[in-house]
Design a protein around this ligand. Sequence first.
Ligand SMILES: Cc1cc2nc3c(=O)[nH]c(=O)nc-3n(C[C@H](O)[C@H](O)[C@H](O)COP(=O)(O)O)c2cc1C
Length: 161
Amino acid sequence: MKIGIIFYSQSGKTATVAQKLLEKFTDKGHAANLEQITISGSTPAQPGKFELTDLPRVEEYDAIVFGSPVQAFALNPVMKAYLATLPEMAEQETACFVTKQLPLLKTGGTQAINYMEKACASKGMVIVGSEIVVWSKGKKGDQNISRAVENLSHAVLTSNP
Ligand SMILES: Cc1cc2nc3c(=O)[nH]c(=O)nc-3n(C[C@H](O)[C@H](O)[C@H](O)COP(=O)(O)O)c2cc1C
C-alpha cells in the first residue's frame, strides 16, 4: 500500500520519528513517502505570524500518518493550520503522532492528539491509531520512539492490509 507520512518539525525530533516510521513501512514492503510541511515567518511558529510554504498533497495515499510537535501545551500551530487546509477525505485511513519533551501528564500531549484526531475526523477521515512520543536522550527516549513506531505501523497495516 502507499503511505504518506506528513509532518512538521521545528528542531528535527518529529522528523526523526517520521524517518523511523518510513523505514518500518519500507522494510515491510510498502511504498512510503515523507512529506514535510514548511513555513516562512516566526520560529517557533506563532499563530498568525507564519505562512505555510509547502502543503503536502494527500490525495494519492491509501493511508496517511500525520506527525507534529507539541508547543505551549497544545498542538503546534503549523499543524493546526495545515489540517485546516485539507479537503474532505471520507474514509481515509489516518494515524497521528505528536512529539513532546515534558514527561509529566497535562503538558500538552493529550490535548494535541485530541485536536489532531478531531480535525481529521471533521474531514471524514477514520483514525486508526495515535501516539504521544516523549522525547528524551538515551535508552528511554529510543524505547519511546520504537514503541510508537511499532504501534503506529501495526495500526496502519492491520487496518488496511
Ligand atoms: C516554543 C516551544 C514550546 C514547547 N512546548 C512544549 C509543551 O508544552 N509540552 C511539551 O511536552 N513539550 C514542549 N516543547 C518541546 C517540544 O514539543 C519537543 O521538543 C518536540 O519533540 C520538538 O519537535 P521538533 O524537533 O520536531 O520540532 C516545546 C518546544 C518549543 C520550542
